[in-house]
Design a binder for this molecule. Structure first.
Ligand code: AMP
Length: 171
């Protein structure tokens, strides 16, 4: 199945000069969505994660679906100020702008192996921040799984060999 047919290219969103890869058509199609989650699971199977950590917001969609498929628990990595209690925090630069990610402290035992999930890998700043959060929480980030990798933006190289990246579609 050619999943690229379900990714909409939106020029100049959310800022001029950005070509936004919108997964909304894929999510709206039951077969394409299922195939995408299946492909993510197959791509990341060898990483042997105990938990899936999805990054707000679109990483929640794929991460939660993947977690249930793999029979694993799910950790939400959220934007600033959304999580109660003690949190770990990491700031990062996006392809467009800056933000802060947070992870609840003390939810899972130290040493748990987590797979980081997002919809798109661009420059890698988001996944790098998620990795730093996982480390701050005493967790082991075993890799990252994304539906779309924008190869020209160099995210994979930025993340380095210590965080293996598994992508389903590459542009
Ligand atoms: P980065 O931190 O540069 O790797 O950016 C990845 C994050 O920003 C992901 O959460 C994506 O959802 C979003 N993102 C960045 N660039 C794009 C793009 N061109 N199309 C869709 N989402 C993007």
């Amino acid at each position: 199945m050619d999943l690229t047919r379900y990714i909409a290219d939106v020029a100049d969103f959310p800022q001029p000069g950005i070509l936004f890869r919108d997964v909304s058509p894929l999510l709206a199609d039951a077969v394409a969505f299922g195939a995408a989650v299946h492909a993510l699971g197959a791509a990341a199977a060898d990483l042997e994660a105990d938990l899936v950590a999805g990054i707000e917001a679109r990483g929640f969609i794929f991460g939660a679906a993947l977690a249930t498929r793999l029979g694993r628990g799910f950790l939400p990595v959220r934007k600033r100020g959304k999580l109660p209690g003690e949190v770990h925090r990491a700031s990062y630069a996006l392809e467009y702008g800056e933000d802060v990610l947070e992870l609840r402290a003390g939810i899972v035992p130290a040493g748990a192996r987590v797979l980081l999930v997002d919809d798109v890998l661009a420059t890698g700043g988001t996944l790098d921040a998620a990795r730093r959060l996982a480390q701050a929480a005493g967790l082991v980030a075993v890799g990252a799984a994304v539906l779309v990798e924008l190869e020209a933006l160099g995210g994979r190289a930025r993340l380095g060999t210590s965080l293996p990246v598994r992508s389903v579609l590459r542009y």
